[in-house]
Each structure stands twice: as structure tokens, then as C-alpha cells.
Design a protein around this ligand. Structure first.
Ligand SMILES: C[S@@+](CC[C@H](N)C(=O)[O-])C[C@H]1O[C@@H](n2cnc3c(N)ncnc32)[C@H](O)[C@@H]1O
Length: 248
């Protein structure tokens, strides 16, 4: 199943917990600089699209496109790997929380580079210890996530493909965009089926791993074991969990 098709299956409740976090948006919009025309690739329901610029979305999933609000930017059905635009059509291209879904991330990133003078990508550094080893949800409950990375290009390879610099993005403790790492200081959120259904990782690891992880987390929260293990997180305002901006 391609990722566009995956979102046609799992995307029905996306907007329940996935929306623009203003602090992350400020970083993305600053990185767009003075770009007036912007293509948002893997646009989904329109999170992070700046309202003060001329935006067009690209999104393969019909279900995701159907959830864009009435005033949202126009959105085409296409994939990152084959963008239906001439070279240099836009001042900037942005791709937010989507590159890990692309069948060929390097080809997609080169397409962004081809159609725009500036590229801004919000993604993970999955090779950093911040992700696999420091995020307690993967380390202590869902090690299967490591298997999802097999054969994927590293962040350094992705950055090199478009000549991008890499900037860390800390995740605020009360992040309002419910992506996988968003609830790092609010572990009870992961017990909520609705929260999990808007994050593809849970579907991709499979139902048995999900059930085991949730049961184990529930037990550890009830017994106080989670709190004991994660005392260092309780007073943190923002966490470094491998989230990155690529800016080219
Ligand atoms: C987690 S959502 C992110 C959506 C939006 N950018 C956001 O920040 O909420 C990932 C999106 O990438 C899209 N996608 C999957 N494969 C793609 C591809 N090859 N090219 C472009 N978008 C793709 C999915 O359909 C989905 O809407």
C-alpha cells in the first residue's frame, strides 16, 4: 500500500488531534523567509500553511484533501516524486511531517528543489540517539518502530541531496499537533485510541505491538513505574527528540 493510500485508510479522523502548533509554525514560516509563492507538498488537511502567502497544496490522499477547510489553499492530487510543475515555479516548497511516507524521499526532495528556489522540510533525524533511544515510548514500549526505518535514507543523505542545513526543533511539552512524539510529557494521551489513530506509526507497527505497548504503558502509569523512569521529563518545557528542519 502506498502512503497516499494509507492515508485514505487511516486519515478519516486526522483533524481530531493534528493541527498547527504555533511555535513549530513560527520556525517553519521564518525559514520560508520572504517567499510569496509556496507549494506545500504532502499537504494533508492544510496544517502549517501560512495565510499571508500564496499557497498551493499537493496531496495524494483524497480523504485528506476532503478535510481541508473551505477557505484553505487549493490542493492538487499528486505525489512529491512527480510534481506537476515547471522548474522554478515557486519561491519556496515546504513539506511537513510527510517525507517519511514518500516511496522515494530523495527523488521527492529533488523535485522540491527543482520547482522552488527555497525548500523547508520538517522531519525526523531517525539516526539520532534522540529518537530511537531517548524517546521513552519507543525505547520502553514500542521497539518495533526501529524496523520501520529499514532501507530509508538517513537525514544526512536527505540534506545532502538538496544541499540543506539541518536545524533542531524542540517539541514543546504542550504541543498541539498530535504527532507521534507530541505527548512526551503527557503519557496518558497514548492510551487514547483516537490520539493513536491520527498517527501512522501505530498502524504500521501492527495491531499486536500496539496492544502490547498500550497495555504495558497503562500498567506502568498505574504502578508509578513510568514516573519513576522518567523523572527528568516532569519539569522540562521542551524536549529534543530528533525533530529537525531541513532548510535549503
Ligand atoms: C502525517 S501527514 C502530514 C500532513 C500535513 N503536512 C501536516 O503537517 O499535517 C502525511 C501526508 O503525506 C502524504 N503523502 C504520502 N505519500 C506521499 C507522497 N509520495 N507525496 C506527497 N505526499 C504524500 C499523506 O497522504 C499524508 O497526507
Amino acid at each position: 500500500m502506498s502512503s497516499g493510500q494509507l492515508y485514505d485508510t487511516i486519515g478519516a479522523t486526522y483533524t481530531v488531534s493534528r493541527r498547527t502548533d504555533p511555535r513549530i509554525a513560527a520556525r517553519i514560516w521564518a525559514a520560508l523567509g520572504d517567499a510569496r509563492t509556496v507549494v506545500n507538498v504532502g499537504a494533508g488537511t492544510g496544517s502549517y500553511e501560512p495565510s499571508d502567502r500564496d499557497v498551493i497544496g499537493v496531496e495524494p490522499s483524497a480523504l485528506m484533501r476532503s478535510q481541508r477547510h473551505a477557505g484553505a489553499a487549493p490542493c492538487l492530487a499528486a505525489v512529491a516524486e512527480r510534481l506537476p510543475f515547471e522548474d522554478g515555479s515557486f519561491d519556496a516548497a515546504m513539506a511537513i511531517s510527510t517525507v517519511h511516507h514518500w516511496q522515494d524521499p530523495i527523488a521527492g526532495l529533488r523535485e522540491l528543489r527543482r520547482v522552488a528556489r527555497r525548500v523547508v522540510v520538517f522531519t525526523h533525524d531517525t539516526t539520532s540517539t534522540g529518537w530511537l533511544e531517548r524517546f521513552w515510548l519507543i525505547r520502553d514500549y514500542l521497539p518495533e518502530v526501529a524496523g520501520l526505518l529499514d532501507g530509508r535514507p538517513s537525514l544526512t543523505e536527505q540534506a545532502r541531496a538538496i544541499g540543506a542545513r539541518i536545524e533542531p526543533v524542540l517539541i514543546p511539552w504542550d504541543c498541539v499537533d498530535g504527532f507521534f512524539e507530541a505527548y512526551w510529557r503527557r503519557p496518558e494521551a497514548y492510551l487514547d485510541e483516537q490520539v493513536r489513530r491520527t498517527v501512522s506509526v501505530w498502524t504500521r507497527v501492527g495491531w499486536e505491538a500496539e496492544r502490547r505497548a498500550v497495555r504495558s504503558l497503562r500498567d506502568d502509569l498505574a504502578s508509578g513505574r513510568w514516573t519513576e523512569r522518567n523523572r527528568d521529563l516532569v519539569d522540562l518545557e521542551a524536549a529534543e527528540l530528533g525533530l529537525r528542519l531541513l532548510v535549503a
